[in-house]
Each structure stands twice: as C-alpha cells, then as structure tokens.
Write a protein that binds this ligand. Structure first.
Ligand SMILES: Cc1cc2nc3c(=O)[nH]c(=O)nc-3n(C[C@H](O)[C@H](O)[C@H](O)COP(=O)(O)O)c2cc1C
Length: 360
C-alpha cells in the first residue's frame, strides 16, 4: 500500500486524534437575545482568492495518488461543486513523479468545474532531500495545471516528517524557496500547516515572503504524529514510534493559532479539529475567513454522496444558527463579536497580547 493509501486507511479506521483538543471548548461567543435578524437573511458567503464561496468551508487537502483516491476525490469534488465550497487535493508529489497517478487528482477538476480548487505540495520538496532534487517552478506549474488550481498550498509538516519512518526532515532553505515560488507562480500561494499550528512570527515571515493566505492547520484534530507513529509501529520502527509517542500532543491549538495569525493581515483558513458549524463560527470570530475540515468529510465521503450532503447541511445549519444567535448577518459581522476565552486557550492568547482581539 502507498503511503497516501495508508494515511487514508488509518484516518478512517484508527484513533488518530489528539487527546487535547483544538480549544473551541475554551471559547464562548456571547448570546444575543434580541438579534433583530431573520435566519433567512444570514449570509454565509465569503471571498477566498477572489472567488466566492457559498459557505466558509474548505474541504481540506487529503488525497490523490492511489487507486482508492479516485472515487473519494470525485465524491468530495462533486460536493464542493454542489455546495459552492472550495476543495484542496492531497500532496501532488507522487503524480509529478509518476504520470499514471495524475487522474486521481485531475478527477477533482472534472467533477468540480467551477469550484475553487487548491493544489498541494510539501515545503520539504521545494529543497533537495538526500538523493531527491528540489521541485522546479515548472514542476509546480504542472501541479497547478493538473487540477486547474486557483491557488497552490505549500504544506509544512515537519512534525510529521520527523516522526515518519522515511521522513524528509531537512528544512533549511524552505523559507527562501517559498518566497521564490510566491513570486514566480501565477496563482496565489497558501502556506498550510498540517496539525501543529503557526505562531504570529511565522505568519509575519510568510506574509513578508509574499504568501497570499495561511491555512494555519492547528493542533487538535487529526494528528500526523499519531498517524505516523501507528505506521512506525506497523513497520517495527521503535525509534520513530517512541518519538511519535512523545510528540503526539505537540503543537499550537487551532483556536490559539487562528488568534495569533489573523491580525497579520492575510486571509486565514482554520483547519484542525473543526467538527461543526459552532467550531467554525468560533474560528471566524477569532478572525478566520473560512474553516477547513478533513477527516469528518473523508469519513462521510466513503459512506456516500448523501452522507456527505447531510454533513455539509448540518454544518451550515449550525453555523447559520450561531450567526443568528450572535446577531451576525455576515461573517464579517461575526468577526467583530465579543468572545470569552478560558483556561489553557487564555494562557496561549497571553503569548500574543498586543493585537489579539480587544475583547479577549
Ligand atoms: C487522510 C489524510 C490525508 C492528508 N493529506 C494531506 C496532504 O497531502 N497535504 C496536506 O496539506 N494536508 C493533508 N492532510 C491534512 C488535512 O488537510 C488537515 O490539515 C488535517 O487533517 C486536520 O484537519 P481535521 O482535524 O479536520 O482532519 C491530510 C489529512 C488526512 C486525514
């Protein structure tokens, strides 16, 4: 089984979420008893990369590059098209090396002719890793063309690479390479963490490198330290397993990383442990433009189109209701509602006091 197929299998069938959560439980929105707003008037739409989404939901990057990915990507893409959502594909590295794998990604554009699609490549592949040379700008253009991408995500996954038995843990030169890609490529660049979050300082560096948006991929949902430690155990790699055990709870919780990065001025996608419309509402109230969801949508997609529709409809109904109950007619209004932070999240927010939300 390829690594991408193993990831999908483990995400579907194993316990891969952290014990400590993304922080939504430590954040309250303030109820508005007299909203003076009709629920039908609540507008969920947002702009992302100059494209309009009908709801602030991104189907987060997951798969491609193996036979089992074709149907999953097709199902997710059709849902993105039906519901007016954006969708990311999984890392396209495999298809750049092996053209027979292109179809498992290209199917997304076929099934979602108008939805915003986000390509995906690892920052580790922008620099040489041992024998493997760095990807060129032409390689990245091929990745963009493969899915007719509206934007390209460069993922940061050095926690995962460190625990992965065969991981690429060289990082030196990635920042410069991201800057070079951001100035050379014709589409906007999103830098995407994958479960450990970003500090404000990292977000400022990425903004200064010319990155167009951040997917802050905080800690609290699917943990790739856990996924890789399960793979390490299957392979009998005790050192990687021990590292994965030690670092399973590593990272900045999603709510904290959204609060840290939103004031930097780039659009923020809040991914990592978003499990419903209330979580997304809290992320938006902290300053995110949209929420990203991976594992729950994968689980729904393998059940079928109807389950996926139900998940998305429940998500939007929940978000719409929370917007009503905070008196927010738009997501911009929601971004300005008061919030109350408690406990561990409050401690994290103390890290970035100067420009965090005035009400926190
Ligand atoms: C099976 C699976 C494969 C993934 N593959 C990628 C990937 O190739 N590139 C990437 O940027 N993120 C990848 N992710 C990370 C997700 O995009 C997301 O950041 C993470 O799963 C947290 O979201 P969640 O808690 O909603 O699952 C993957 C996630 C899953 C579950």
């Amino acid at each position: 089984m390829s690594r991408k197929a193993e990831h999908m299998d483990l995400a579907l069938h194993a316990e891969v979420e952290r014990i400590s959560g993304p922080g939504w439980d430590e954040l309250d929105l303030v109820h508005e008893a007299l909203p003076e707003l009709d629920v039908a008037e609540v507008d969920l739409s947002v702009d992302l990369f100059g494209r309009r989404l009908r709801a602030p939901l991104v189907i987060a990057a997951m798969t491609g590059g193996h036979a089992g990915a074709v149907e999953v990507n097709a199902t997710l893409a059709r849902a993105a098209e039906r519901h007016g959502l954006a969708m990311g594909v999984g890392s396209q590295r495999a298809a750049l090396a092996d053209p027979s794998l292109v179809d498992s990604y290209a199917i997304v554009r076929e099934c979602a002719p108008t939805a915003p699609v986000i390509g995906n490549i690892g920052a580790a592949q922008l620099i040489g890793q041992g024998e493997a040379p760095a990807l060129s700008i032409d390689d990245l253009r091929r990745a963009v063309d493969m899915v007719g991408a509206d934007a390209l995500a460069i993922h940061l996954n050095f926690l995962e690479e460190s625990v992965q038995p065969e991981g690429d843990a060289h990082t030196k030169g990635c920042a410069e390479a991201i800057g070079a890609v951001a100035s050379a490529l014709e589409v906007p660049i999103v830098v995407k963490e994958t479960g450990a979050g970003m500090s404000r300082r990292t977000a400022e560096r990425l903004r200064d490198l010319g990155v167009a948006a951040l997917d802050v991929g905080g800690a609290g949902g699917t943990s790739f330290a856990i996924v890789e430690r399960l793979r390490a155990r299957q392979q009998g790699d005790h050192a990687s397993y021990a590292l994965g055990m030690a670092l399973g709870e590593w990272g900045i919780p999603t709510a904290a990383t959204v609060a840290a990065t939103a004031p930097v001025g780039l659009p923020v996608i809040a991914t990592g442990g978003v499990r419903g419309g209330l979580d997304a509402a809290k992320a938006i109230a902290l300053g995110a433009t949209a929420a990203g969801v991976a594992r729950p949508l994968l689980a729904a997609a393998v059940e079928g189109e109807q389950q996926l529709d139900t998940w998305i409809e429940e998500f939007t109904a929940e978000l719409r209701t929370v917007m009503l109950l905070t008196g927010s007619g738009t997501t911009t209004a929601l971004q300005h509602q008061p919030l109350v932070a408690h406990g561990r999240l409050r401690d994290w927010l103390g890290m970035w006091p100067s420009t965090a939300r005035a009400s926190l």
